[in-house]
Design a protein around this ligand. Structure first.
Ligand SMILES: C[S@@+](CC[C@H](N)C(=O)[O-])C[C@H]1O[C@@H](n2cnc3c(N)ncnc32)[C@H](O)[C@@H]1O
Length: 216
């Protein structure tokens, strides 16, 4: 696909700004907990208060949600918990190569319920392979959703990847209700653990297309 030069310039500038923001917020060589689609930050802010020795980054597309999350972290006086407005894949692609995550949380991701929109779902094999390049052995992915079919889809493809294995006995380190959890009549959760199988380094993995903006 050929893009207009102004668009390429805009995206290049946005990625450079993200890279600088991430480099300033994420301490090198420290275990980092990442929440993708953090919404108003309820979960991550609580986690950061309970385990202050670690570093936390929440990412969400929606600017007003990120503002609310930042306010919460400021009010709590947290210096180990930051929120970034970004598309998750673009954020990951903008990170310095040495940044890795100990935990990745994806709580109630947009389910894109219509069949023709399933391709927009965040959790897909290529994305999980890409994430594996940012997670060391033993790192964990925590996934929770109230959408039965999306849950089943992820539970079915994870065992086909050599970089992750589902651990049905792995504990859920913190229970704290998110906005979408509070609305859900029921939900399902899984924990996947990063195996020792080498992942493609993030810089050489295939570029991921950005998500569309409207998950309806
Ligand atoms: C259904 S809400 C769940 C929010 C929160 N995790 C909760 O449980 O209340 C999904 C969130 O993911 C964000 N989101 C969707 N796609 C995203 C993407 N590609 N990158 C970053 N955030 C995304 C949306 O803006 C929204 O805040």
């Amino acid at each position: 696909m050929v893009y207009k030069p102004e668009f390429v310039e805009h995206v290049t500038r946005r990625r450079a700004a993200l890279r600088a923001e991430a480099a300033a917020l994420i301490p090198a060589g420290k275990p980092v907990v990442l929440e993708i689609g953090c919404g108003h930050g309820h979960f991550l802010e609580t986690y950061a208060r309970q385990y202050p020795q670690r570093h936390y980054i929440g990412v969400d597309l929606r600017g007003e949600r990120i503002e609310k999350a930042r306010k919460k972290a400021r009010r709590a006086g947290l210096t180990n918990c930051h929120f970034v407005r970004a598309e998750a894949r673009e954020f990951l692609q903008s990170l310095p190569p040495e940044v890795t995550f100990a935990e990745i949380w994806v709580l109630f991701p947009d389910p894109w319920p219509k069949k023709r929109h399933h391709k927009h779902r965040l959790l897909q094999p290529a994305f999980l392979e890409y994430l594996a390049g940012r997670v060391g052995k033993g790192g964990r992915l925590y996934y929770r959703t109230d959408h039965r079919e999306y849950f089943a889809e992820v539970a079915a493809f994870l065992p086909t990847l050599s970089t992750w294995r589902i651990d049905p006995r792995a504990p859920w380190p913190l229970e704290h209700e998110t906005v979408f959890q509070a609305r859900a009549p029921s939900y399902q959760s899984l924990v996947a653990v990063r195996t020792s199988h080498p992942a493609k380094p993030a810089e050489t993995a295939d570029p991921l297309p950005p998500a569309p903006a409207d998950p309806t």
